[in-house]
Design a protein around this ligand. Structure first.
Ligand SMILES: Nc1ncnc2c1ncn2[C@@H]1O[C@H](COP(=O)(O)OP(=O)(O)OP(=O)(O)O)[C@@H](O)[C@H]1O
Length: 589
């Protein structure tokens, strides 16, 4: 994994880079926006000059012409600015959309450990609060800020032509303001980093609380959890207020610069007007330019603020995109399944740790190409971890896992996972239709309704789905959802629809009633007749059917073999069974 120091990231996130992102696919529009911005600047700059000429030609025939120019410059500048702002906003929204799509796609392709570390709330903040901050940057950064800069420089140049002495006074006054603003901006960056980090953390906590809402209600913990969330919200508010304090300084500082300049220019310019060394037309034009200078300066101050906020937000995206996606075996040879009877899975002296905590130690066992293999053990023994490692949700610390004779690290990841039909412990479903849940990753048209109902019938779910408002097209979310047992059966149906040679079931019957459990046992037997089935089991009834049982204890294999043999020879197994760690009729056999 590559890590850039923050300075390097800052380099990468310069507004110029964002300009490039913006223009992607729309260079013509970007050029048009630039031209419109220049036209608007030119119109704005020409306006006071036209006023000066109008005053100078009052009373002669040329005044009418200058009146027309005045209207052309004023209206033209306003129209060009409006169009440029709209076109820029449209490009900005398109870029934000691309950023969101990339963020979501990247997040789903990250290794599981990185997704957990980031947290769902924090990831959601990326596509909500952080993108709106980047949008603000787009609104002011690429066009308004350069226009403001150009207008300010152009105004100063014209003022210099009108009267360089008065210009020197003006520049002096605004230089004081500029120095103060530079100090403020430095502190703003720190404030924005703190705001965005604490906002991510707040979202993370809130999402976790919403996920656990049933438990929170059941234990009447609404108040304490709300209080905890409120503490995080207050941290965000405190940091926002810190930033607002800095932002609030911007306008008064610019105004102060302008007021000092006005007093100096009116006093000095007025004296020279009386002395006859400055014409009234030039004096008025100079004053108008001076008043006009505040606008671009305000815009620069606000623009720099948005720029800071936006680049800090953009860095959060860069930080995420720098995390490498899952990869494995892409450069390896095309998949060739070794000839002959190869076990579906072979654990060979596998060690695995979460961070520095060892979870599996020297684990070795095999899952034959056909038949039912069960992993049993107390809670926390490492059963789910072993099943997850087969799919390379994480890499072994040492040893190796082979699937169909090939080290999982040498399989292209997608091909490896295509060998596996997996039912996770939570029997997760996606927030989508029943159909999409059944055909996940295959496309809606992969199976006819008849085929889908047939498999639903096999898991005893067909009638229940038919009764749902839109049948297979019912969206599982909000008011219409499935029970735990129904979700489990749906997940099993999804696994059955694949032709994967290896089926991994992580406690598939934990929510099932005895009728459905019996159905599941029959289904598992059917599957095991033609495929390799590895089941993490707590129920003795499931295990009695297994051809091979692996006992895990604190991450170590402490026995393996057929159920009857283990009952006779393995005290760890009999302890498990007699201790009723395995539930169901026959557990005490
Ligand atoms: N994401 C994780 N990060 C750190 N430790 C974890 C993580 N997931 C599990 N563990 C730890 O790894 C160990 C094995 O967990 P695992 O879920 O594999 O056990 P299990 O045998 O499947 O338990 P159960 O029967 O309760 O589901 C436990 O001590 C657990 O605390």
């Amino acid at each position: 994994m590559r890590h850039h120091p923050p300075e390097a990231r800052q380099q990468a996130d310069r507004p110029l880079r964002i300009l490039r992102d913006l223009a992607t696919g729309h260079p013509g529009t970007m050029l048009l926006i630039g031209l419109l911005a220049l036209a608007s600047t030119a119109g704005t700059l020409a306006l006071p000059w036209a006023v000066g000429r109008l005053i100078a030609t009052l009373g002669d025939g040329a005044a009418d012409r200058w009146t027309v120019w005045l209207i052309v410059f004023g209206l033209g500048a306003a129209l060009a600015n409006t169009l440029a702002t709209f076109l820029l906003s449209r490009l900005g929204q398109r870029m934000i959309c691309r950023l969101r799509v990339r963020t979501m796609g990247h997040a789903l392709r990250l290794p599981l450990a990185d997704v957990r570390r980031e947290g769902s709330g924090n990831l959601v903040t990326r596509i909500t609060a952080d993108t709106s901050r980047v949008k603000k940057l787009i609104d002011v950064g690429p066009i308004q800020l350069p226009i403001a800069g150009l207008t300010a420089i152009g105004t100063l140049v014209i003022m210099g032509f009108l009267d360089w002495l008065l210009l020197a006074v003006t520049v002096g006054a605004f230089a004081v303001a500029g120095g103060l603003i530079t100090l403020v901006v430095k502190r703003l960056r720190r404030s924005y980093v703190a705001v965005q980090e604490s906002t991510g953390l707040l979202a993370q906590r809130f999402v976790a609380a919403v996920d656990a809402v049933k438990v929170i209600k059941a234990y009447r913990a609404e108040e304490s959890v709300s209080a905890d969330l409120a503490t995080h919200a207050e941290t965000v508010a405190r940091r926002e207020i810190d930033a607002a304090r800095m932002e609030a300084l911007m306008t008064p500082v610019v105004n102060l610069g302008q007021q000092i300049a006005l007093v100096a220019v009116i006093t000095g310019g007025g004296a020279r007007l009386v002395a006859g060394t400055l014409s009234l037309a030039d004096f008025v034009a100079f004053l108008l330019y001076l008043l006009q200078l505040t606008g671009p300066f305000m815009m620069i101050a606000a623009g720099v603020t948005a720029l800071k906020m936006g680049t800090v937000a953009r860095e959060r995206f860069t930080g995420l995109f720098e995390k490498p996606q899952e990869s494995g075996g892409e450069t390896a040879q095309p998949v060739t399944v070794p000839a002959g009877p190869v076990p579906a899975v072979q654990f060979d002296h596998v060690d695995f740790s979460y961070g520095s905590t060892p979870v599996l130690r020297d684990v070795s066992f095999e899952v034959p190409a056909r038949g039912l293999t069960a992993i049993v053990g107390l809670s926390g023994a490492g059963k789910s971890t072993a099943v997850e490692l087969i799919q390379r949700f994480a890499d072994v610390t040492s040893g190796s896992i082979r699937v169909q004779g090939r080290d999982t690290r040498n399989w292209p990841l997608a091909d490896l996972r295509a060998q596996v039909a997996y039912v996770d412990q939570a029997a997760s479903s996606v927030q989508d239709t029943v159909r999409r849940n059944l055909t996940l990753g295959r496309g809606d048209a992969a199976f006819s309704d008849g085929e889908l109902y047939a498999v639903l019938h096999r898991v005893g779910l067909a009638d229940e789905i038919r009764r749902k408002p839109q049948g297979l097209d019912t969206v599982l979310a909000g008011d219409v959802d499935l029970s735990g047992g129904q979700r489990q059966r749906l997940a099993i149906a999804r696994a059955m629809l694949t032709d994967a040679p290896l089926v991994l079931l992580d406690e598939p019957s934990s929510h099932l009633d005895s009728i459905n459990e019996q159905k599941l046992r029959d289904l598992v037997d059917d599957l095991a007749a033609t495929r390799a089935v590895l089941v993490v089991a707590h129920r003795i009834s499931t295990i009695q059917h297994a051809d091979h049982v692996v006992i895990l204890q604190s991450g170590e294999v402490v026995g393996q073999g057929p159920h009857d043999e283990l009952l006779r020879n393995c005290s760890n197994y009999t302890d498990l069974v007699r201790g009723q760690m395995l539930v169901g009729p026959g557990a005490l056999a």
